[in-house]
Design a protein around this ligand. Sequence first.
Ligand code: NAP
Length: 263
Amino acid sequence: MAPVESYAPRVALVTGAGQGIGRAIALRLADEGVDLALNDIPRNEEALKELAEELRKKGRRAVTLIADVSVEEEVKTMVEKAVEELGELNVMIANAGIAHVATVVDTTVEAWEHVFAVNVRGTMLCYKYAAGQMIKQGRGGRIIGASSVMGKKGCPMVSAYCASKFAVRGLTQSLACELAQHNITVNAYAPGVIITEMTRSPHDKDKAEGKHGDSTKALLGLPSHAPDAEPEVIASIVSYLVKPETYFITGQAISVDGGVYMS
Ligand code: NAP
């Protein structure tokens, strides 16, 4: 692999950008001069529009693309529209994901398949259509997915989620092998406990200390005082991974978890 002179992170597409980690990534990339295609599902359209407005005030171009990442036709159209509106696609952040809390014994096939549809099929479809576009452009690129500390370490009560995030790592490694010849790197972030809606649980307030993130920490076998962080810590690693100088980092799932999982 070699640095590609024509690669620059000019246009990025971020899925699940209406809140949490996706929103923080979009804001950070905009601050660094990247134009943004913002995706989420229909119920989050307002939040997405507000974010787009915020990015435009920063002087960036921003478009909102409502799509369910688990539906192939919608992902295909989403990528096509991003390119139509913003001219190209250099960075794909396949961030959208969902969790389901239940023991294996209580997990229904429907719940299992829903988690896999969004977290695994959704990530694969975003990778697939972004890769196709970047290969066509011939200028390299960056593809980044969302794994998790739970994609490195099994946990009780979240088997479908853990299995799906392990799968994201396998998918990321395979695509990294396939795309090296095109100077496109493929990596994932593997966050620990990040304070977003995903880690908010009504059970948190039942605990003695009762703070946001406690239930997720409990699943990881961690006490309430274990490290957690705001979504900006993930935006920070993404901001690094999209830079031209990172051309030699590929196939990795980079832990950003305060040291919860050490490989
Ligand atoms: P979040 O706050 O729940 O945000 C995820 C966004 O994706 C939400 O707006 C969600 O909409 C949207 N979404 C759900 N299904 C979608 C679909 N089919 N198509 C498009 N968008 C969809 O989650 P987050 O905490 O920011 O997490 C972002 C990613 O990081 C996820 O993949 C998550 O698994 C991963 N992660 C998070 C943590 C953490 O501690 N927060 C740790 C490890 C990994 P709704 O909310 O309306 O469903």
